[in-house]
Ligand binder design. Sequence first.
Ligand code: GTP
Ligand code: MG
Length: 205
Amino acid sequence: FGRPWTFIRGVPSLKFLPPEGPLEVAFAGRSNVGKSSLINALVSHKGLARTSNTPGRTQELNYFVPEGYSGEAGDLPPMALVDMPGYGYAQAPKDQVDAWTKLVFDYLRGRATLKRVYVLIDSRHGVKKNDDEVLDLLDKAAVSYQIVLTKTDKIKPPAVTKLLADTTEKIKKRPAAYPGIIATSSEKSEGLDDLREAIAQTVGI
Ligand code: GTP
Ligand code: MG
């Protein structure tokens, strides 16, 4: 994570996915949970992934890789980070929501090089019904995932501790859940090293 990262591709539907190459780590979660902000914080590059106060900002699967690799065979980046459109944004037009949901679900189910999904949960809200649906899908598809709490700066430390305990209890019987929950704040740069380490270990770098 010490080098600059760059955007390589926005994928509006599965046929535009890049050929399977580097191991991928994806960031999923409800609209506005802080996926794009967390990617920017991880790679220390504000504005790399576009963020917004308005839910529904990210509308494609956006691929980010470390700079300096041609992408040709033999010169592939060690990994790619994939920013995903959020789910559960009721205000968007139904057709659009359906298209995003299909894209997100098809990608999560069918990508062989997808090594792990970080499922982001807003510290203020905890695990909601549509989060559970995504976790069900990942469990069914046997896609490894780990829970990341976001925006911990918005609640008090004891509430973070309680949420960690409650969420750990909630997911402990889920077969594809990687044990351990990482608490983060992109705003206050908290938990970022833990998450970087987890990702590096996952992709084996
Ligand atoms: P979509 O692309 O719409 O699904 O949203 P997203 O999950 O990518 O969220 P995004 O990163 O765009 O952030 C949504 C809002 O939350 C923005 O206004 C961010 O500034 C804010 N935000 C993100 N992370 C944090 C955080 O750690 N703390 C606080 N206080 N605000 C945050
Ligand atoms: Mg986004």
